[in-house]
Design a protein around this ligand. Structure first.
Ligand code: NAG
Ligand code: NAG
Ligand code: NAG
Ligand code: NAG
Ligand code: NAG
Ligand code: NAG
Ligand code: NAG
Ligand code: NAG
Ligand code: NAG
Ligand code: NAG
Ligand code: NAG
Length: 870
């Protein structure tokens, strides 16, 4: 830019250390004054000149290196440029500074090279404010500061100031300053303002002025032109009042006037870019006490066209004349010339010239920024992720792609964190990246379940979870989307993850339908949730894919149905057939849509003490179960009338089924569901003698208050209860493992958990005394047909004994138990296959298929207990 009539285009601190008598401490409120490169936690007051308090930049940035300018330069410079922070590493380094959004700021960045690296190599690099290019910084003299100033209204409560290495030397920065301004000043029709020049015209001190002379800490540089002469006053300007530009008195007390009385005063400039727009602000005050026969009056023209006038400056008071809309076009001549009646030539005391800067490009949408920052900190991601994730586009964070749509905030559309050493679970913050289309988390050590919230990412097209340690099953909706081609899903090479809908075959757990008879189901659900202070996780049921189960026509989507009492009567044929009596009430046989069900009517006593429950539900509560034709396991084991005891193979299969049901509650639900009452009466058998676990979690939902039903009190059942169980309800999954061990011993031996004798010996003590004698044969149920594999028995007993270990830590997990029981069964099946030609290979195959693929989708009951199961 060529500017005639302007002496200084690079701002300098001239005579920077001249001692100034500081006016008593003035308000620096709202000032943010950062000395870049100052050691962390230090601060100082720039006492010799401004009195401004500077703080270290260490809390605003985590990269870069502290440096100092060469010592001989320090004496002539203000303290805040003695240190600097340089950025030898990284393409872009960013400060993140908390500010007040929505107010107008003067933002200043200062760069003094000072030959800090001893190389006398002047760098050039780019400076960004948020998503917008601010300027290119070009250093040309080690002892001259380059200063960039903006007047800008940031919209958010933080500001990124970034330095980008463009291959022409190491970026650095010396100081960053924010000064709040009045929003009524420096108003533009659009855009922000970048300072070109701010002049203290007719200065007689040869020095620059800033705070505390200027309450806004603008920097005024002396300006003297050889065709002009200086005028000044020792009196205070604006002593009683001031306009909202409030130029400092010391600046306004000097002015220039042309040497040639009849000549106009002219300012002219020409921009490099004809599209650049400008705003000019001129400040006038009469500094000469005029005689009655004197007058000073002048007109202002721009490029020869009248702009303002006649102007008669007030004596010792400031008049500011400025553009209210941008001046555009290449070349400008501003002329001040006296009117016909004026006896004196024009004067000017100060002016400011700015160009318009479009800083409207937004940073990334706040929700996305918050989410990605949390993801970054949750996983401790070590990448060079600084500043804004998506903006400017050229500096998008590695591993992200974003969408850009004009001035709208960019959105994160793809996230690639593959091979990034991630551990822990899949972060829920990912679900807040709502525009995500592509998510790659492969080749990490992520564990836990594949969370349901991935389903809520509406635009997800690619999901790669390969090579992790994920468990459980993939949410059904993802599987469906992958099947119909709307999602590319990769889940291979995980610890124990089932990635296809075929996992969702049969239940190893009987799912009760909770229905409040005569009331709304939703009411009962909410009531239960209230009772336990739990939040309902979801209202949308997971559809149960019960493709080939023992209840072919049973639509468990009917789970949201409410049944009236009349319907219930019809369903059970007036409660005709009693299937059994349990802790919660009587169980009746019934039909729903032609499918057999078990209807458990909760007895009033089972819910006593829960007044909320009663008052809300008012009427009876019922649970509707899948009907299990063969009743419970206990009945089969202890049926002394039966001549045919359950064969070993069936026992192992039932044990494995039940173990899988339990494993599912422990590892397929989040938080895990602890059954709390694992025992043979809670293992139900269907017409094919497939076992399912019942009454899980119910002891928690519907605790009984009476001691009469020992079998179902919260505390569990004597003999099955974890000896480590403590009063404060601290049951864990390992408590269920203990109970399962007892069940397994019962299955093996057909003895009660606690001997019905004086000694009341526990089955585990009995078994270990038998084992001590090496007497495996006597542990096995004497009624068992003889043709079983003794190795299979040994293994089963070992598993059971491990489960009943006194300390929970030494017990296996249900996953381990399932794996071991499968081996037991395989050993036995191998023998059966050899020995019994009659049994088809088919049934064996089917069985192993079941064992390998079955996982159970559970629905609403798990919502009730506050767990989500996959
Ligand atoms: C700065 O202060 C914080 C907290 O007071 C402290 O943890 C940190 O170590 C300090 N840093 C330095 C460089 O003194
Ligand atoms: C900036 O603000 C955020 C959110 O208000 C806060 O968490 C952070 O600590 C602040 N940073 C500094 C350096 O004050
Ligand atoms: C840098 O500026 C100083 C002071 O204005 C001047 O004396 C010196 O000659 C300049 N150096 C160069 C290399 O231009
Ligand atoms: C300045 O701010 C006030 C309130 O803070 C607001 O009412 C006014 O409209 C703003 N003026 C301008 C020009 O932005
Ligand atoms: C101001 O500086 C110029 C050179 O930079 C010098 O010629 C002049 O005498 C100085 N004026 C005052 C008042 O110090
Ligand atoms: C003073 O200015 C007038 C008007 O520009 C011009 O005509 C005249 O020649 C100038 N006088 C001198 C001495 O430069
Ligand atoms: C104005 O008045 C003063 C005396 O007050 C006189 O000296 C001067 O010449 C007059 N100037 C003009 C232009 O009349
Ligand atoms: C100054 O401006 C006024 C009003 O715009 C106009 O009447 C007058 O003629 C102008 N004077 C000169 C010398 O241009
Ligand atoms: C992200 O953008 C880059 C460059 O446009 C492209 O090469 C890459 O495939 C994109 N990645 C994804 C996951 O879309
Ligand atoms: C998986 O990540 C490891 C480091 O975590 C890396 O060494 C390996 O090359 C990656 N494998 C693939 C196939 O990307
Ligand atoms: C694919 O299935 C999902 C979930 O069932 C559904 O929302 C989506 O509209 C389907 N897309 C297509 C292309 O059929």
């Amino acid at each position: 830019m060529a500017m005639g009539g302007f002496k200084h285009f690079i701002f300098r601190f001239l005579g920077g250390l001249a001692l100034i008598l500081l006016v008593h401490a003035q308000d620096q409120s709202g000032f943010i004054s950062i000395d870049c490169g100052l050691p962390a936690n230090s601060s100082y007051s720039e006492e010799t000149t401004t009195g401004i308090n500077y703080i270290s930049d260490a809390t605003f940035i985590h990269t870069g290196v502290s440096q100092s300018i060469s010592p001989e330069l320090k004496g002539t410079k203000q303290h805040q440029v003695w240190n600097l922070r340089s950025f030898p590493q990284g393409i872009r380094n960013c400060y993140s500074i908390n500010i007040t959004g929505g107010i107008k700021y003067l933002i200043r960045a200062t760069f003094l090279y000072g030959n800090y690296d001893g190389k006398s190599n002047f760098p050039e690099f780019d400076l960004y404010l948020g998503a917008n290019m601010w300027d290119t910084i070009k250093l040309e003299n080690a002892s001259i500061s380059v200063i960039k100033e903006l007047i800008h209204i940031p919209s958010s409560s933080y500001m990124h100031i970034c330095l980008a290495n463009t291959g022409r030397g190491t970026p650095f920065i010396s100081a960053i300053e924010f000064r709040p301004l009045k929003n009524t000043s420096y108003v533009t029709t659009s855009g922000s303002l970048a300072l070109i020049s701010r002049a203290d015209v007719g200065s007689i001190s040869n020095r620059s002025y800033r705070y505390p002379y200027d309450v806004y800490d603008r920097l005024w540089l002396p300006y003297n032109f050889y065709q002009w002469k200086d005028l000044s006053t020792s009196l205070t300007i604006d002593s009683q009042s001031h306009n909202y530009y409030q130029p400092p008195s010391v600046v306004m007390s000097t002015a220039s006037t042309p040497i040639n009385d009849s000549a106009p005063m002219q300012l002219y400039w020409e921009g490099d870019d004809p599209t650049t727009q400008y705003y000019i602000y001129m400040h006038f005050a009469e500094v000469v006490k005029l005689q009655p026969n004197q007058s000073r009056s002048f007109n202002i023209t721009i490029n020869g066209k009248p702009w303002y006038g006649p102007l008669v400056p007030d004596y010792l008071y400031t008049t500011s004349v400025f553009s209210t809309s941008a001046m555009s076009g290449g070349k400008y001549v501003i002329s001040l010339f006296k009117t016909e009646s004026s006896t004196l030539p024009p004067i000017i005391n100060a002016f400011e010239l700015y160009s318009v800067k479009d800083l409207s490009q937004s940073e990334t949408a706040q929700d996305d920024v918050d989410a990605i920052r949390k993801i970054k900190s949750a996983y401790g991601i070590a990448r060079d992720w600084q500043g804004d994730p998506c903006a400017p586009k050229a500096y998008t964070w590695e591993g992200l792609n974003c969408s850009y749509n004009g001035a709208n905030p960019p959105r994160i559309t793809s996230l690639d964190l593959s091979s990034s050493g991630l551990t822990g679970e899949i972060s829920a913050d990912i679900s807040h990246l709502l525009m995500l289309q592509y998510l790659d988390l492969s080749n990490n050590s992520l564990s836990g379940l594949v969370p349901d919230f991935l389903v809520q990412l509406p635009y997800l097209r690619v999901l790669n979870l390969e090579r992790n340690q994920l468990t459980g099953s993939v949410p059904l909706q993802l599987i469906e989307r992958s099947k119909n081609g709307s999602l590319s899903l990769s889940v291979g090479e995980n610890l124990n993850l089932c990635g296809s809908a075929s996992c969702k075959k049969k239940n190893k757990v009987v799912v009760p339908i909770v229905a409040s008879v005569g009331g709304l189901l939703i009411v009962s659900l909410i009531v239960v949730a209230l009772l336990w202070g739990l939040k309902r996780r979801r209202t949308q049921p997971i559809a149960m894919e019960d493709t080939e189960s023992s209840m072919p026509n049973m639509s468990f989507e009917a789970i949201q149905r409410q049944f009236t009492y009349a319907e219930l009567l019809k369903m059970t044929n007036n409660f005709e057939r009693i299937l059994g009596k349990g802790g919660f009430g009587t169980v009746f046989h019934g039909y729903v849509d032609g499918t057999q069900v078990a209807v458990k009517m909760l007895s009033p006593s089972s819910v006593q003490g829960y007044q909320q429950f009663q008052s809300e539900a008012r009427t009876s509560m019922g649970l509707i179960y899948e009907y299990m034709a063969n009743g419970d396991l206990d009945a089969h084991l202890s049926d002394e009338n039966s001549n045919i005891a359950l064969p070993w193979k069936d026992r192992m299969r039932i044990a494995a089924d039940a173990a899988q049901g339990l494993e599912y509650l422990h590892h397929g639900c989040k938080p895990p569901i602890i059954h709390r009452d694992v025992k043979c009466t809670n293992i139900l058998l269907n017409e094919n003698f497939q076992a399912k676990l019942a009454d899980f979690g119910l002891s928690k939902i519907f605790p009984t208050d009476s001691g009469t039903h020992v079998s179902t009190v919260v505390a569990g059942t004597p003999g099955f209860l974890d000896p480590e169980y403590c009063i404060s309800n601290c049951l864990t999954e390992k408590s269920d493992v203990y109970s399962f061990g007892v069940v397994l011993l019962e299955i093996i031996s057909n003895r009660p958990a606690i001997e019905r004798s004086e000694e009341r010996t526990h089955i585990s003590q009995w078994a270990s005394s038998m084992l001590a004698k090496g007497d495996i044969k006597n542990i096995v149920d004497p009624r068992l047909p003889g043709n079983f594999n003794i190795n299979s028995v040994w293994k089963a007993v070992e598993i059971a004994m491990a489960c009943v270990a006194l300390t929970a830590a030494r017990r296996p997990t249900m996953s381990q138990v399932v794996a071991e029981l499968k081996e037991c069964l395989e050993i036995e099946l191998a023998q059966t296959k050899e020995g019994h030609e009659g049994e088809s290979a088919d049934s064996i195959e089917m069985m192993s298929v079941n064992l390998n693929t079955e996982l159970n989708p559970l629905a609403r009951v798990l919502i009730v207990v506050g767990s989500t199961c996959l």
